[in-house]
Design a protein around this ligand. Structure first.
Ligand SMILES: Cc1cc2nc3c(=O)[nH]c(=O)nc-3n(C[C@H](O)[C@H](O)[C@H](O)COP(=O)(O)O)c2cc1C
Length: 323
């Protein structure tokens, strides 16, 4: 999501990545898919991630992604969700090295920006498929590998086994990014030191808590004031509405209220009440009433953001309505 990526950049992320974008969707000019290719000036450097199973279709989609302004094209060989794997895309490709290598080669030949790959460890628990696949993908043209060392079967259970990340680092001569369970500066340092990886990727820990990024990057103490929390959440609500349209945004945002307002920042009944409200306008009113000082912070944040008109892509205007 653009809202999440722009926030991540403001809080110190060195590189942000899009959600996975369907190559078939790009091929068919699907409006919602093309909407994922909106890139704001303040997002760079930005990777756009694609998924698919056909090398030629993926190469063509990668060209569109490059034209859209992506600084990197990342390929998804990790998504464990059945809707994706049953089409031969995502994590299935971990066990189809021939096809996976052909995809990377076709995409790398199609674009001039670096092509990177995101992997899980393999399909089944205990799999070490990533360790043989990784070097093949580098040979095929991957400029960097990100490893989330859980199996597809594990989904998000258990722990990321970063001893595999260390083994992968030893086997390839491109940068490896470690993804999985990085939540704090001390943990990030442990993962970097124990794996030799070039960077860490932060996912869930930053959801509703961009201050975690600031703590990881700058060692700034993580806990924000209530006013800061409310200002960031209201900004996030507004940005998400602009991106998804009001109706889709209202449902999508509900889980974020708990993520932002949890961690002892606000009482539980307040969070529960927000989830029951019908419109995001009401949610905003309640939030700003609960932390009146947030309004001026919010105004400042909005003033600092690049205006929307500045950052739209050269794509058909109809896709910008969200909805
Ligand atoms: C809601 C959600 C959506 C995700 N979407 C993607 C995706 O589109 N592409 C991808 O490569 N990984 C995706 N991931 C996996 C993350 O990139 C990351 O590898 C994983 O969450 C482990 O890192 P974490 O413990 O920091 O969250 C997603 C994870 C979550 C929780």
């Amino acid at each position: 999501m653009q809202a999440f990526r722009r926030q991540g950049r403001r809080f110190g992320a060195g590189l942000v990545c899009s959600e996975m974008v369907s190559c078939a969707g790009i091929q068919h000019g699907n409006e919602r898919t093309l909407g994922y290719l909106r890139i704001a000036r303040d997002e760079h450097p930005l990777a756009v991630q694609i998924f698919g199973s056909d090398p030629a279709v993926m190469a063509e989609a990668a060209r569109t992604v490059e034209d859209a302004g992506a600084d990197l094209v990342d390929i998804n060989f990790g998504c464990p969700v059945r809707k994706v794997t049953k089409t031969g895309a995502g994590a299935t490709l971990l066990e189809e090295p021939e096809r996976a290598a052909r995809i990377v080669e076709a995409v790398a030949n199609a674009v001039s920006v670096p092509v990177t790959v995101k992997m899980r460890r393999g399909l089944e628990n205990g799999s070490r498929a990533c360790l043989t696949l990784g070097p093949r993908l580098v040979e095929a043209g991957a400029a960097c590998l990100t490893l989330h060392p859980r199996s597809a079967r594990q989904m998000y259970t258990g722990e990321a086994d970063h001893s595999l990340t260390r083994e992968l680092v030893e086997r390839v001569d491109v940068p490896v990014i470690a993804s999985g369970d990085v939540t704090s500066r001390s943990h990030a340092r442990t993962v970097l030191a124990s794996t030799g990886s070039a960077a860490v990727m932060v996912g869930r820990a930053a959801q509703g808590n961009p201050w975690a990024l600031r703590e990881i990057v700058d060692a700034e103490p993580g806990e924000p004031s209530r006013e800061e929390v409310v200002a960031e959440l209201v900004l996030f609500i507004r940005e998400t509405e602009r991106e998804l349209g009001e109706r889709r945004a209202a449902g999508f945002l509900k889980k974020f209220y708990g993520w932002y307002l949890g961690r002892g920042r606000f009482p539980r009944p307040f969070k529960q009440e927000l989830v029951t409200l019908e419109t995001t306008a009401e949610v905003e009113r309640r939030l700003l009433a609960a932390a009146p000082g947030a309004a001026s912070l919010l105004e400042r944040l909005e003033g600092e953001l690049t205006t929307v008109e500045d950052v739209l892509l050269d794509l058909p205007i109809s896709i910008y309505g969200g909805g």
